[in-house]
Design a protein around this ligand. Structure first.
Ligand SMILES: Cc1cc2nc3c(=O)[nH]c(=O)nc-3n(C[C@H](O)[C@H](O)[C@H](O)COP(=O)(O)OP(=O)(O)OC[C@H]3O[C@@H](n4cnc5c(N)ncnc54)[C@H](O)[C@@H]3O)c2cc1C
Length: 497
């Protein structure tokens, strides 16, 4: 999803405007061209942070590059705050000077979210890495935003608890809240939206607010916590999160089975969800993705559409669930249903699933990936996946498909040669068709990756008049448009009259 130069956000803003193409390619040229406000901000932030403010080209380049296929866009400086007070001071300074501030967790987002398309300061939260409080009694935890999900997992795992949201990357919890992330456990435990209880947020101008409480439910006023979840750093910077934990189940079993066709695999997934079996994970990998995963993780499974499944509960319960699902799978043609309660078998399976993105890239070394992320009502899943497979079948590059099908969410990885304009054209067109097809059946353009730069048009198409309410919220909370400018909201449509 390359953005044409004249579509780059920021064109026409009073501020610095879009970077020139040579600046994007070669981040080292950026500082020669910064405007006075940025220089002033860098001076003030340098005095505040010392060597935790960097203007070096390698550091800026690292923070102007993500996993998307957009061109790199490095910031003018990178700040590494440790405390909420430092975040507030950075945001205050930048807001007063009209300098963009882009929050950065681990940079694993997939739609150009963290690219500094208007320059400015990237605020890297990696030093805000403290787990501030753990309550096993209440099954909740309070963390700074730079704590990653695997660090939290290690900390609470020994105490019999886990945090359920597990995107494929070891993302920061601040970034996960900001993108409304989810993962393989979502069908049972929900997304970030269901697992964040409270937030501390620094608003434009530097004001600090707290949203939500540690209570499990509340009817108290507007739900500001959920306003910030999925806001992608455009409404405020999250400086603290209170999250729900879950007890580690007494028994866990994992199962894997392959099918003659993708339709059979999807049909099984739908039957599982509709039967009410409390499935904890239900993941589809198509035959191309299984080829990639076999090569990458040495799974040795059939190169056929495959479901990875997991059940949580009591020993008797998980066995009963697995046996019931085995019957459903066999009715849909599965021939090799295998299940196990052994930790090493489960770990191997889910490690392979979590590495599927990198396995997919291995199908075409040197490629860049356009990843689709639609989510549809489960009743529409079979037809939508069918149409998608037919749509991408003739593309001249690999397009493996995988998905959290228990949620109705699936991804097609469009593996393009970044230097081939025809690859890009074909991939972008397929990407838009897949998005429009999902919206047409009552689905969403993004189930979990978020909007960033890549899905702004689609968000407009999906939201109708509600996009104007989103614009009003942005204007109310960030009137000078300093927080991650150019992201999420599509350019306003001007009438020609
Ligand atoms: C291999 C791979 C697998 C993936 N699998 C999944 C998956 O299964 N499910 C899924 O949901 N995603 C997945 N993703 C996408 C990505 O991991 C998620 O979007 C993740 O939530 C991003 O977290 P991050 O810390 O990397 O955030 P970043 O990429 O650093 O930032 C993402 C956005 O959040 C904003 N942000 C970051 N921190 C803050 C903060 N403290 N306050 C306010 N805004 C902030 C940024 O400005 C940006 O707009 C995958 C990515 C990769 C590369």
């Amino acid at each position: 999803m390359l953005v044409a130069r004249d579509r780059m956000p920021g064109a026409g803003r009073g501020g610095r405007g879009p970077p020139e193409p040579d600046e994007i390619v070669d981040g080292s040229t950026r500082l020669d061209t910064v405007n006075g406000n940025v220089e002033e901000a860098i001076g003030a932030l340098g005095a505040l942070l010392g060597d935790r403010l960097s203007t070096s080209a390698p550091v800026r380049d690292l923070h102007g590059h993500d996993e998307s296929a957009f061109p790199d866009a490095p910031p003018d400086a990178v700040a590494f705050p440790r405390t909420t007070e430092e975040v507030a001071a950075i945001v205050r300074t930048c807001t007063e000077l009209g300098v963009p501030v882009v929050a950065f967790g681990t940079g694993s987002s997939l739609e150009g979210h963290i690219l500094a398309v208007e320059g400015g300061v990237v605020l890297d939260t990696s030093l805000m890495d403290q787990i501030l409080r753990v309550s096993i009694e209440d099954l909740d935890v309070t963390v700074q935003p730079g704590v990653t999900r695997t660090v939290l997992e290690k900390r609470v795992g020994g105490e019999g608890a886990f945090f359920s949201v597990d995107p494929g990357a070891d993302a920061s919890l601040g970034g996960m809240a900001a993108t409304g992330a989810s993962g393989t456990n979502t069908v049972r435990y929900g997304t970030m939206r269901e697992n964040v209880l409270a937030l501390e947020v620094v608003l434009a101008g530097g004001r600090v607010i707290r949203t939500g409480t540690r209570a499990r439910k509340s009817s108290a006023g507007y739900d500001l916590t959920h306003l910030f979840i999925g806001s992608e750093g455009t409404l405020g910077i999250i400086t603290e999160l209170t999250l729900r934990l879950r007890p580690i189940p007494e028994a866990i079993s994992a199962a894997v089975c392959s099918f003659p066709t993708t339709q059979d695999a999807v049909g099984t997934a739908i039957a599982i969800v509709q039967s009410g079996v409390p499935i904890a994970r239900c993941e589809l990998l198509d035959a191309t993705m299984m080829r990639a995963v076999n090569a990458h993780s040495e799974l040795g499974r059939a190169e056929a559409p495959t479901l990875f499944l997991e059940f949580h509960g009591t020993p008797a319960g998980v066995e009963e669930d697995a046996r019931y699902v085995e019957e459903l799978a066999r009715e849909h043609g599965a021939g090799d249903f295998a299940w196990s309660v052994k930790t090493e078998d489960r770990s191997r399976l889910w490690r392979a699933r979590h590495n599927a993105y990198f396995a997919g890239i291995g199908l075409r070394p040197g490629c860049r990936v356009l990843t689709t992320d639609v989510c549809v009502p489960v009743s529409e899943l079979a037809a939508t996946i069918d149409a998608t497979i037919a749509d991408v079948a003739d593309l001249p590059f690999p397009a493996p498909l995988l998905g959290h099908v228990g949620d109705g969410n699936f991804h097609v990885m469009l593996l393009i040669d970044p230097d081939d304009p025809e690859d890009r054209r074909l991939a972008e067109a397929a990407y838009e068709r897949i998005v429009d097809r999902a919206i047409a059946v009552g689905g969403t353009c993004t189930g979990e990756h978020g909007v960033g730069l890549g899905k702004r048009r689609a968000l407009g198409a999906q939201s109708g008049e509600a996009i104007e309410v989103m614009r009003a919220l942005k204007l109310a909370l960030d009137p000078s448009d300093c927080l991650n400018p150019g992201k999420v909201l599509p350019e306003p449509q001007h009438s020609s009259t």
